[in-house]
Design a protein around this ligand. Structure first.
Ligand code: PLP
Length: 392
């Protein structure tokens, strides 16, 4: 009998991404012929704008098919530095930008170079589900700072202050946020900065991947611009996936403190090396190009966000704090008496609607629905949800 292969404790402890698992289950049910409606997607349903595709195709045709610098093509690093400096008011030089395989690798690399056993990640909850897993992979523990819909899902500065210990090493800010759609205002960020000034051991990573997807009346502020005195311990993570509809391209970036960026770049050079060379030229066209394509898609998302929010608010038994950005809604379904996992499993089995259980994001009373779908799909999903709740 062959002995079972012994995996590392690190691998044994790892949780696979539940959002990807739900999407896969919905796909396989569909392949079996079931009538499935999915509001579980975490990606825009638009095609990447043509001028970006053309720039990458041209780079490919012109032979940009070889290894490049591990930290990214110099022209793209420079363009991202310019974007941060001009658009986000975060003065950045090209040397302090690392081009990564999506925002995910930017976060992964940063956690690896900053966190170690004994350190704590400070994580406002509900949270995007990869943060805790990445922190644990780096050997750190996670201290959750919870807020409810009644508190606007905002990070309360007093609760932040109370959560900080000498082991606290890194705070995650994600605005606009996944899964809640919460947007931190300038005054929210100022209050957070005030707390952090008293705790010099705590660095901050701002995940700004949904930067361009805002409901009318809301604006995006980069924390590094609001608190320039803290710039040396503030990292910015962003990418092309959501704003430019480039999820499959796998291009993001990490910017901030030179020493940490150097370490993250060395890590990347020993693990994945550079992001696909010709794809980086598509990203270069995107970041240096007009923002018109983003505005068009963002307007569509605003319309759909409203459609989804209004529909959810009209369903008895569902409580929703309307999202202010990103493309999700995170309603509370606790009045049904079901936990989020049971709710989602039964919803998929009984009504063929795929959504993601809030338990995956640290709130078992909620479910996450995506509005990255057509109006017809959103309306169909809302009707299935209503039917399901009526049967309970
Ligand atoms: N950060 C948040 C909050 C996300 O929701 C996602 C993707 O869903 C990412 C980062 C990762 O994005 P990317 O596709 O650029 O790796």
């Amino acid at each position: 009998m062959p002995r079972p292969l012994k995996l590392s404790a690190r691998a044994e402890a790892l949780q696979p991404s539940l959002t990807l698992a739900i999407a896969a289950r919905a796909k396989s049910l569909k392949a079996e012929g079931r009538d499935i409606c999915s509001l579980s997607a975490g990606e825009p349903d638009f095609d990447t704008p043509a001028f970006i595709r053309e720039a990458a195709a041209q780079a490919l045709e012109s032979g940009l098919t070889r290894y490049g610098p591990a930290a990214g093509e110099p022209a793209l690093r420079e363009a991202i530095a310019q974007k941060l400096t001009k658009e986000n008011h975060v003065p950045t030089s090209a040397g302090d930008v690392l081009v990564t395989n999506g925002g995910k690798q930017a976060l992964y690399n940063l956690f690896q170079v900053l966190l170690e056993p004994g350190d704590e990640l400070l994580l406002p909850a509900p949270y995007w589900l990869s943060y805790p897993e990445m922190a644990r992979l780096a050997g750190a523990s996670v201290r959750f700072i919870t807020s409810s819909a009644a508190e606007g899902f905002r990070l309360d500065p007093e609760r932040l202050e109370a959560a900080i210990t000498p082991a606290s090493k890194l705070l995650v800010l994600n605005s606009p946020g996944n899964p809640t759609g919460m947007v931190l205002s300038r005054s929210d960020l100022e209050a957070i900065a005030e707390v952090l000034r008293r705790h010099p051991q705590v660095a901050v990573v701002c995940d700004e991947i949904y930067e361009f997807l805002l409901a009318p009346g809301h604006s995006h502020h980069s924390f590094a611009a609001v608190a320039p005195d803290l710039a040396d311990r503030v990292f910015t993570v962003n990418g092309f996936a959501k704003g430019w509809a480039m999820t499959g391209w796998r291009i993001g970036w990490l910017a901030g403190n030179s020493a940490a960026l150097k370490a993250a770049s060395a890590l990347q050079s020993q693990s994945t090396s550079n992001v696909c060379t010709f794809a980086q030229y598509g990203a270069l066209a995107a970041v240096t190009g007009s923002r018109e394509c983003i505005q068009t898609m963002a307007a569509q998302f605003s319309h759909r966000r409203e459609l989804l929010s209004d529909g959810l608010q009209a369903i008895e038994g569902v409580q929703l704090l309307p999202p202010q950005g990103a493309f999700y809604a995170f309603p509370n379904i606790s009045s049904t008496g079901l936990d989020s996992m049971t709710f989602c499993e039964r919803l998929l089995d009984e009504q063929g609607l795929a959504v993601v259980p809030g338990g995956a994001f640290g709130d078992n009373d909620c479910i996450r629905l995506s509005c990255a779908a057509s109006d017809a799909t959103i309306q169909d999903g809302l009707a299935r949800l209503q039917r399901f709740i009526e049967t309970l």
